[in-house]
Every structure is written in structure tokens, then in C-alpha cells.
Design a protein around this ligand. Structure first.
Ligand SMILES: *[C@@H]1O[C@H](CO)[C@@H](O)[C@H](O)[C@H]1NC(C)=O
Ligand SMILES: *[C@@H]1O[C@H](CO)[C@@H](O)[C@H](O)[C@H]1NC(C)=O
Ligand SMILES: *[C@@H]1O[C@H](CO)[C@@H](O)[C@H](O)[C@H]1NC(C)=O
Ligand SMILES: *[C@@H]1O[C@H](CO)[C@@H](O)[C@H](O)[C@H]1NC(C)=O
Ligand SMILES: *[C@@H]1O[C@H](CO)[C@@H](O)[C@H](O)[C@H]1NC(C)=O
Ligand SMILES: *[C@@H]1O[C@H](CO)[C@@H](O)[C@H](O)[C@H]1NC(C)=O
Ligand SMILES: *[C@@H]1O[C@H](CO)[C@@H](O)[C@H](O)[C@H]1NC(C)=O
Length: 499
């Protein structure tokens, strides 16, 4: 019985994979393959060596009960992790700097221990020929600044972010050539200030969430505005003071979605355009054209801050590249004007509802569509796919076949895009390890490596997907024979120590 099932599975795999064959050598040699994490999600050592809490710490204390675990303890285990990356064959590692580890109060003195840690990590990466790709803000504004002046809600944050960025460029810019100012500001402001489900958990009182403070109808727009100004201040500083001598590039990152109309009615098709303006144009229109999308100006009215001429000029063109995170497609449904969308003021403003099963449909074609849309609508910027990956429950089972299929399909789609002339320059799997997840803590996972939280040493174990990615990166053709070999190995857990 088992044999027959196995045989049937192998035959269907063979057929399915027969047309899917590709290898690393099909990509341009300078195309980068990497994996990603972020500071709070991977470092641990939250209260060691002078680090102070960030808004992510405060969130983790209430959100998923994982606070107090050491996450992956990369702060102490970075050498081991870099060695895993090197063995796997990564060209690049995307990580973020913890602002409150480097500058504990958000402003003022630099923490020598924080500086030492990032110097060590960067040097370790360089010595293994792995490029550091650094993000400056990944949901972790120093809590001190949140407490002092409301963090991203205050103009004061622009000066402090610029000073923090200046320290990073000055201290690390001789070795770091890829800077991203912000991770997913588009979703950070919706999650953090509209529905209140993400740090810093602010929203208007509503039956579906329990924020203690906030105002969903104004704050998302104010926070986004200050984030854009902070980004632009840092980018302008980098270009004036560092770029000529350090020869790096600077950009911003957004979360992208394949957005499809729920039905083919004009209403839903138009709603899809408005959803695009809200979810991507909110950040990208100012950066590419110097102002918010017309839909938003019209629908949000005086609650949407406006740029002065000087600010607009500073924000416009303030990126050398765009980093995109992509996971899944969503459907967009038209909502009548002034009809409240449950739990969301921003969606109510543009009269759309997003429907779809999160983390579900695996849609490599959606990634290509997004790439196409970004290139056509927002000035054909060089793109880096900063995050792409498959959610599974966190489990000691190392057989993550769903993740292998997902990565296989999406990397193939990227290749298709390149062959069609797309401007994608790199691809990062989220995530290198099973980190503390923003939307599920330690319950869910995206990692290529399983991290055993019950083991004192937080042992890392490669999943099937790590073997798959490693084979790919070492130039092995992704064909049915490889798939069968991987599957065979997967059923023999003892072989997992070979990577
Ligand atoms: C650490 O994580 C485990 C698994 O999610 C959880 O059961 C435990 O309560 C956490 N420990 C602490 C101290 O938060
Ligand atoms: C949010 O701010 C607006 C504009 O200041 C105000 O009209 C509204 O009442 C506020 N809402 C809440 C829930 O505080
Ligand atoms: C809000 O808090 C109350 C009391 O703690 C709890 O019963 C309820 O489930 C919470 N609602 C949400 C949406 O988290
Ligand atoms: C809408 O039209 C397109 C193109 O004709 C078709 O592929 C798609 O399935 C239609 N969608 C729906 C929801 O009917
Ligand atoms: C995806 O969603 C469908 C419908 O909601 C569900 O039946 C299915 O189990 C989900 N698949 C995964 C992998 O979560
Ligand atoms: C190929 O690129 C063209 C021009 O950017 C675009 O219109 C088309 O949709 C792309 N095709 C695919 C399959 O991505
Ligand atoms: C499968 O396991 C064998 C034996 O350890 C190893 O040599 C081989 O590289 C593995 N194959 C793959 C595709 O990882």
C-alpha cells in the first residue's frame, strides 16, 4: 500500500516537475540569492549589553506570549549562523539593526557593545563572502521615543532617525553596500495605527480590537507621512555625505500583494485600483512622483498631511532601488462610500474590502504580476525581492514539502520575469531560521532551519527546504531526480546532519 502511494506520488511529481527544470546557472551571475531575518525576531539578548526595549518588545509582551524566550539568540550565535549561510551557498544576508541596541535611548550616546555586535556580524559575513543587506527600521522603534513624543506620530522622529542612520552609514558603510531605510511602512502604519494588531498597537476603540489609545482615522496618515520624511532625510544624507566614497545604494521596502478584483464588475475592478493606491501608492507615489495618489487625496481629504514643495522634492526620487516583500494574492471587493469596513478606517476611506485566505493560495504568477505592475506604474526601479516564503506550523518535523514547492514555483517565476526583461536583481527567502513571527510568535514558521526552543543550545536543524535551496545554490539542476532524492532523504531524518 505504502509503496503504491509512494510510487504514485513520485510519478505525479515527475510529471509535474518535468517542465520545471532550471538551475542557478540560468540566472545572471550577479543576481543575488539570500535569506532574511530582522533584529528583534532573531537576536534575543533583549536586555543584554545596554539594549533597551523597542515597540516590538512591548507588542511581544502582550501578543503571542513568547517574550522571554531568546528567539534564535543570534546575538550570541551569529558565527554559527553565518557558517550555516556559507554552507548553504547564500550570496547575501538581509538583517536589520536594532536602533535601541545601537543607540539605547533612540538618541544620544552610541552603545559601544551594540556597535561591536554589528561590526562582528558584518565582518563575519564579509569574511564568508556574504553581502550584508541592512534594514534600519523593522517594526522596532525605540520605546523611549514612543514614550517621549509618540514615535512616528511626531515630526521629531525625522531628526532622530536621520541621526541614527548617520551613525550606521558612518560606522558600517565601508562594508555595507545595500541600505533599506524602512521595512513594510505600508503595513506597519495600517497594523500599528489603524487596526491596532501590530506594534505600536494603536487604534480607535472598536469591537474587534482592544487598543488603549490611538485614532484610526488620523494617525495612520500622520505616521506614514513622518516615515516618508524620515526615509527621505536619511536617503538624502547618504547621497550627500557617503555615497561617493562608500559606493552603496539606498532604498525602501514595501509589502506587496497580488490584488485581483473579486468579480469582473466595474465596481470591483475600480476598487482594485483604489486598493493598489492605498496599499502601494501611499508610499510609492510620493517616492516616485512626489505626492500621494489622487484617490487618497480625494477620499481622505484634510486628514491626509500634505507635502511642502521642499519636502516633495526631497521625497521624490529618494530611492536607488525598491525592496519588495511578497507572499500571497488577495481579492478586492468594492464597498459603498461611507460604509464602515469592519475594523479598518483606511479601507473605509478608499471604500474597499480585502478578502482572501491569508498565507494560503500559493501563486507564483502573482509575484510576476506584482513585479510587472511595479515596473509599469512606478518608474521601473531596480527591484530586490526582500521576502518571499511559505508559512507552516512551527514543528520539529523537518519535512516541509509545502515550502519546497512554494520556493520552487516562485524562484521559477522570477526566472520567467528575468527572461521577459524584468528589473529584479535579487531574491531573499523569508526566513533563514524559525524566528519570532510578527503574526504568530512561535506558533508559526517560515524558516529554512528549525530552531528547537526546548533545547538549551537552540539547536538549528535544516528542513527539507534548506536542503533544496542549498542544492539549488550549489548549481544542481532542479529536476525530478533531485526532487526524488530530497524526498527519499526526508523520510530518513538521520541524514539531516549532512548539510
Ligand atoms: C517560550 O516559547 C515556548 C513555546 O512557544 C512557550 O511555551 C514558553 O512559554 C515561552 N517561554 C517564555 C519564558 O516566554
Ligand atoms: C480622531 O481625530 C479626529 C480629528 O481630530 C476627531 O474628529 C475624532 O473624533 C477622533 N476620533 C477618536 C476616536 O478619537
Ligand atoms: C478584548 O479584551 C477583552 C477583555 O480582556 C477580551 O475578552 C476580548 O476577547 C478582547 N477582544 C479582542 C478582539 O482581542
Ligand atoms: C475575470 O475575467 C478574467 C479575464 O476574462 C478571467 O480570467 C477571470 O477568471 C474573471 N474573474 C472572475 C472572478 O470571474
Ligand atoms: C487554504 O484555504 C482553504 C479554504 O479556506 C482550506 O480548505 C485549506 O485547508 C487551506 N490550505 C492551507 C495550506 O492552509
Ligand atoms: C512581459 O513584460 C511585458 C512588458 O513589461 C508585460 O506587459 C507582460 O505582461 C510580461 N509578461 C509576463 C508573462 O510577465
Ligand atoms: C541525501 O542524503 C545523502 C546522504 O547523506 C547526501 O549525500 C545527499 O547529498 C542528499 N541529497 C540531497 C539532494 O540533499
Amino acid at each position: 500500500m505504502l509503496w503504491k502511494a509512494l510510487l504514485a506520488a513520485l510519478i505525479s511529481l515527475l510529471v509535474a516537475s518535468a517542465t520545471d527544470t532550471y538551475s542557478r546557472d540560468d540566472f545572471p551571475p550577479d543576481f543575488l540569492f539570500g535569506a532574511a531575518t530582522s533584529a528583534f525576531q532573531v537576536e534575543g539578548a533583549e536586555d543584554e549589553d545596554g539594549r533597551t526595549p523597542s515597540i516590538f518588545d512591548a507588542f511581544a509582551q502582550t501578543a503571542y506570549g513568547g517574550y522571554g524566550n531568546k528567539s534564535c539568540d543570534q546575538y550570541h550565535k551569529y558565527e554559527e549562523d553565518v557558517s550555516l549561510m556559507a554552507k548553504m551557498g547564500l550570496n547575501a544576508y538581509r538583517f536589520s539593526i536594532s536602533w535601541s541596541r545601537l543607540i539605547p535611548n533612540g538618541k544620544g550616546p552610541v552603545n559601544p557593545k551594540g556597535m561591536e555586535y554589528y561590526n562582528n556580524l558584518i565582518n563575519e559575513l564579509i569574511s564568508h563572502d556574504i553581502q550584508p543587506h541592512v534594514t534600519l527600521h523593522h517594526s522596532d522603534l525605540p520605546q523611549a521615543l514612543e514614550d517621549e513624543y509618540g514615535g512616528w506620530l511626531s515630526r521629531k522622529v525625522v531628526r532622530d532617525f536621520k541621526t541614527y542612520a548617520d551613525v550606521c552609514f558612518r560606522e558600517f558603510g565601508d562594508r555595507v553596500k545595500y541600505w533599506t531605510t524602512m521595512n513594510e511602512p505600508n503595513i506597519f502604519v495600517i497594523g500599528g495605527y489603524d487596526d491596532g494588531f501590530l506594534p505600536p498597537q494603536r487604534c480607535s476603540p472598536s469591537p474587534i480590537n482592544n487598543c488603549s489609545k490611538g485614532n484610526s482615522s488620523t494617525e495612520p496618515y500622520i505616521a506614514a507621512h513622518n516615515i516618508l520624511l524620515s526615509h527621505a532625510a536619511a536617503a538624502s544624507l547618504y547621497r550627500k555625505k557617503y555615497q561617493d566614497r562608500q559606493h552603496g545604494i539606498i532604498g525602501i521596502n514595501i509589502l506587496t500583494f497580488g490584488l485581483l478584483p473579486l468579480t469582473n464588475t466595474t465596481e470591483d475592478v475600480d476598487a482594485t485600483e483604489r486598493a493598489k493606491d492605498l496599499l502601494m501608492g501611499w508610499i510609492l507615489n510620493p517616492i516616485v512622483f512626489g505626492d500621494y495618489p489622487d484617490t487618497m487625496k480625494k477620499n481622505v481629504g484634510s486628514r491626509l498631511p500634505s507635502f511642502t514643495k521642499t519636502e516633495s522634492n526631497l521625497v521624490k526620487g529618494s530611492v536607488d532601488f525598491l525592496g519588495i516583500n511578497y507572499y500571497y494574492n488577495y481579492y478586492v471587493k468594492n464597498i459603498p462610500q461611507n460604509h464602515q469596513v469592519k475594523g479598518s478606517s483606511t479601507f473605509t476611506d478608499v471604500a474597499v474590502e480585502i478578502v482572501g485566505t491569508m498565507f494560503n493560495a500559493t501563486t507564483p504568477g502573482g509575484l510576476l504580476k506584482v513585479v510587472d505592475l511595479l515596473e509599469q506604474s512606478y518608474g521601473n526601479l531596480p527591484l530586490y525581492i526582500h521576502e518571499n516564503g511559505q508559512l507552516t506550523p512551527r514543528s520539529s518535523s523537518l519535512d516541509d514539502w509545502a515550502r519546497v514547492k512554494y520556493l520552487h514555483g516562485h524562484i521559477k517565476a522570477v526566472l520567467g520575469g528575468l527572461r521577459n526583461g524584468s528589473n529584479v536583481n535579487g531574491y531573499f527567502v523569508w526566513s533563514l531560521l524559525d524566528v519570532y513571527e510578527l503574526l504568530g510568535g512561535y506558533e508559526i514558521s517560515f524558516g529554512l532551519y528549525y530552531v528547537d526552543l526546548n533545547d538549551q543550545t537552540l539547536r538549528r536543524q535544516p528542513k527539507l527546504s534548506a536542503h533544496w535551496y542549498s542544492n539549488f545554490l550549489h548549481g544542481r539542476t532542479i529536476d525530478p531526480r533531485l526532487i526524488i532524492e530530497l524526498k527519499r532523504n526526508a523520510s530518513m531524518p538521520s541524514l539531516y546532519n549532512v548539510i
